[in-house]
Design a protein around this ligand. Structure first.
Ligand SMILES: *Cc1c(COP(=O)(O)O)cnc(C)c1O
Length: 415
């Protein structure tokens, strides 16, 4: 292993960082090292400006006319294409709407309907829970359907895929460990058995480049409030490959997905293409904040983003393992950078208390039950110096036992 850089070298790394100027676009509270952009991305000046304009001019002054004059009606599709660029989806295949959970529901039903002679959904026991919960909900409404889970029914997801499987629902980057799956290989494997694939990109979009079209993916879903910085509860996205568009059925057949919503026809007729994944009226103010956030992404080179992300996570792992050795932290994320998303997790029996102590000292990461300290590294606004400083504070908390203060053991509702 190469020697750890000293702080002068760290400052030089920040000075040479091609994404350095991006940090100015964001509203970063002073004195805070924010390593939780994988849970809620930071606000940007552009998002605030869009929100302000949408509220005061478009809603405040122009009212109902803004559906036409301010592009409100087409916003889910327009923003969908802009998210699409970041995930390797050609235009017309991605729409921004609803939540990731709801989009998982729609994608699962659509996929099952495309494989009417099959009844099995495959997913991961270690998935972000909502994916499993939604799959359980789908299974409960489809007689004969069943769910197989990696880690429960077999050790590896590949072993669960056979000719009875309709769809594989899988996370690209695991929310807890940050482990990255091989999208092209698993998609190919599913297709060899005649199954479809839904990729959950919540920890991918805005964190690393991905090529949905190139990997021949069927469906994908994901958040915009994590690495894309769209704001709390910002609408999610759903992607469906164009080859499926003619055959997709949408279980939530609301009027926004209708072919002619303003004809007010008596019966449902599915709209063209990805539009049919819409259901009802969308949250325009949230979409407008997201639009501002996406304006920043138009200037980002995804290869450079990935390189910096790996630089940050490599440095964090090396510094923690060197400076915090002997304090019981165990790396939960892949050491191999090619298998890592943009986060690093360490386990520790007192992970909750340690994270609370870190937050009290201005280093915000998060805790995932039962014993994970999770740190997200958002290349647009996290500096190498922040990584260094976070480790200095973590080491101090561990060495002094500061985390043992009783107030750090009090559990909040959201961790
Ligand atoms: C954050 C996250 C979700 C969140 O779903 P919501 O419906 O937006 O609450 C879903 N899946 C994964 C993998 C996530 O990380």
């Amino acid at each position: 292993m190469t020697a750890l850089p000293d702080f002068t070298r760290i400052e030089a790394m920040d000075a040479a960082d091609g994404l350095r100027s991006m940090r100015e676009r964001f509203i970063l509270p002073s004195g805070l090292i924010y390593l939780d952009g994988n849970s809620l991305g930071v606000a940007s000046h552009a998002a605030f400006a869009e929100l302000q304009k949408a509220a005061t001019e478009e809603w405040g002054q122009n009212l109902i006319r803004s559906w036409n004059t301010a592009g409100w009606f087409d916003m889910p599709l327009a923003l969908g294409d802009r998210v699409g660029r970041l995930i390797g989806a050609a235009a017309g295949q991605t729409v921004v709407c609803d939540t990731t959970s709801i989009n998982i529901y729609k994608a699962l039903h659509a996929a099952m309907a495309l494989r009417p002679d099959r009844s099995v959904i495959v997913s991961e026991g270690g998935s972000f829970p909502t994916d499993i919960y939604m799959a359980e909900g789908v299974v409960s409404t489809r007689p004969g359907a069943s769910l197989r889970l990696e880690g429960v029914d077999a050790p590896s997801i590949e072993d669960l895929i056979d000719g009875t499987v309709a769809v594989v629902l899988v996370n690209h980057v695991n929310y807890k460990s940050g482990e990255l799956r091989d999208m092209a290989a698993l998609t190919r494997k599913a297709h060899e058995h005649g199954a479809l694939v839904i990729w959950d990109l919540c920890h991918t979009a805005g964190a690393l480049p991905v090529d949905l079209d190139g990997a021949n993916v069927d469906f994908a879903v994901g958040c915009t409030y994590k690495y894309l910085n769209g704001g709390p509860g910002a609408p999610a996205f759903i992607y469906a490959a164009e080859r499926h568009h003619g055959d997709i059925s949408q279980p939530l057949s609301g009027w926004w997905g209708h072919a002619r919503p303003f004809a007010f026809e008596k019966h449902y007729a599915a709209g063209e293409g990805i539009r049919r994944f819409l259901c009802g009226t969308q949250p325009i103010l949230s979409l407008r904040a997201l639009k501002g956030a996406l304006d920043i992404w138009d200037e980002v080179d995804m290869a450079a983003l990935r390189e910096k992300s790996l630089g940050l996570t490599d440095l964090f792992i090396a510094l923690v393992e060197e400076k915090c050795a002997g304090h019981g932290l165990e790396l939960e994320s892949p050491r191999d950078r090619a298998k890592r998303g943009s986060q690093v997790s360490f386990s520790h029996p007192n992970a909750y208390e340690i994270m609370q102590a870190l937050i009290a000292r201005g280093v915000i990461g998060d805790f995932r039950a039962p014993s994970t300290l999770r740190f997200g590294f958002t290349p647009l606004y996290v500096r190498y110096a922040d990584v260094w400083q976070a480790v200095v504070i973590l080491e101090d908390i561990l060495r002094t036992g500061a985390w043992q203060d009783a107030r750090f053991a009090v559990r909040a509702a959201v961790t």
